[in-house]
Design a protein around this ligand. Structure first.
Ligand code: URA
Length: 434
């Protein structure tokens, strides 16, 4: 086989065969196919798309590029949750301990923030000492002992995805339903779970800008998960404005802990309860949705979920006292408050622009190997629909560097709009795919 023929075939809109896809994935992973040819094929896929069969073959070739974790020694259905990526989306830090406190076994493998979206691993690593790079043995031991572990993709899991994702990120080839589906599901299938709840984000801060695009992605993800024998269900949720009030790693840890103490923002609590309850249902530890919601609410109210987070932090080498004392987390040296330019109603808090502003402050990376500052970020004091007076506090930037602050302020300026009339409230959960 020649890669040039495969690239030409996809460029001209022909469906690839299973053998062609498997051969390409092997070559791209082993390095016998150069990155420029892999990138050309990825771009042809973005422009020409893939059939359902091609996407399934791509996913299984990526799974086969590495190992599959065997969690069969642990009892019951192991359940994970995955978000397709957003701004201020710290829900995993709330949901994983919530579902585990209800008796579900939650092997959660998460990613890092890239571009304007945040990543669970970066947030967890804002906790001094927290290790996300556990070995698969440590991961399984933790699951057996406390029912939850929050780690990164290990070298053994879907190495083809690791390689191709880095290439996609720098070649404008992330935004494809087919490539995103194969990327996410190859990792989830390899992780050894029996059930998966997906949070597919739709809106300015998400890869999928419209609900229709998010639905297409949700359907593709659910189809791949179900075909692999994983009970997979997806929620389509709004990402026009950031989730919760905090953007930035340590700030998001504080907001997650506050949510587990029952003092979090309403949208984060609503989403966390909804997704955790579905996980508890799919894991079979609650008889129905109603019982699952009651169990999740009880784990929140009793503090059991908060204690589960403390256990996770301790087991993964982090400082568990951050839960009671936020001053043990990194804090930015300066704050800049921004007031409302006029009286009116908040009509826009653009998630992508605010995510980019936070990244500009240093909370995110524009290259996979760039360092981040766990302390910086943005705290919103308003949400869409709020009425504000001129000069009222809108948000606060936590920063370390004046030059970065001025760049971030230009983005924040475009992100905020105050209008004369309130917009109708938007639903957080826009749909479901099962
Ligand atoms: N998250 C992933 O893991 N892969 C993608 O392609 C996009 C988001």
């Amino acid at each position: 086989m020649r890669v040039i023929d495969i690239i030409r075939a996809k460029r001209d809109g022909r469906a690839l065969t299973r053998a062609e896809i498997a051969w390409f994935i092997r070559g791209a992973t082993e390095g016998t196919i150069p990155d420029y040819q892999s990138a050309a094929l990825l771009m042809a896929i973005v422009l020409r798309g893939m059939t359902v069969d091609e996407t399934a073959w791509l996913t299984s070739a990526m799974v086969e590029s590495g190992a599959r974790v065997d969690l069969s020694a642990l009892p019951g259905v192991k359940v994970d949750k995955h978000s397709t990526g957003g701004v201020g989306d710290k829900a995993s830090l709330v949901i994983a301990p919530l579902a585990a406190a209800c008796g579900a076994i939650v092997p959660m493998m998460s990613g890092r923030g890239l571009g304007h979206t945040g990543g669970t691993l970066d947030k967890l690593e804002a906790i001094p000492g927290f290790r996300t790079a556990l070995s698969l043995d440590e991961f399984q031991h933790m699951l057996a002992e406390i029912g939850c572990s929050l780690i990164g993709q290990t070298a053994e899991i879907a190495p083809a995805d690791k390689k191709l994702y880095a290439l996609r990120d720098v070649t404008g080839t992330v935004e494809s339903v087919h490539l995103i589906s194969a990327s996410i599901m190859s990792k989830k299938i390899a992780e050894g779970i029996g059930a998966l709840v997906l949070d597919v984000k739709a809106g300015s801060g998400a890869f999928m800008k419209t609900t229709a695009e998010a639905r297409a992605l949700a359907e593709s993800l659910v189809r791949l998960g179900s075909a692999a024998g994983i009970r997979t269900e997806a929620f389509i949720t709004a990402m026009e404005q950031p989730l919760g009030r905090a953007i930035g790693n340590a700030l998001e840890v504080i907001e997650s802990v506050e949510t587990l103490k029952g003092r979090g923002p309403a949208d984060l609590e609503e989403l966390s309860v909804c997704l955790a309850a579905r996980m508890v249902c799919l894991a079979g530890v609650a008889s129905d949705e109603h019982a699952a919601v009651a169990s999740v609410r009880a784990a929140l109210a009793s503090g059991a979920a908060l204690e589960k987070l403390r256990e996770i932090v301790r087991w993964q080498g982090g400082d568990p006292d951050v839960i009671d004392d936020y001053s043990r987390l990194p804090a930015a040296p300066h704050r800049h408050a921004l007031g409302a330019a006029r009286r009116g109603f908040v009509t826009r808090l653009d998630a992508e622009l605010l995510g980019r502003a936070s990244m500009t402050l240093g909370a995110g990376r524009d290259r996979a190997d760039a360092a981040i500052d766990p302390a910086v970020g943005i705290v919103l004091h308003v949400t869409i629909g709020d009425r504000v007076e001129a000069g009222a506090a809108m948000l606060e930037l936590h920063y370390a560097d004046e030059a970065r602050l001025s760049k971030a302020l230009r983005l924040v300026d475009q992100a905020l709009v105050i209008g004369d009339a309130p917009l109708p409230a938007e639903r957080l959960v826009r749909g479901e795919v099962a």
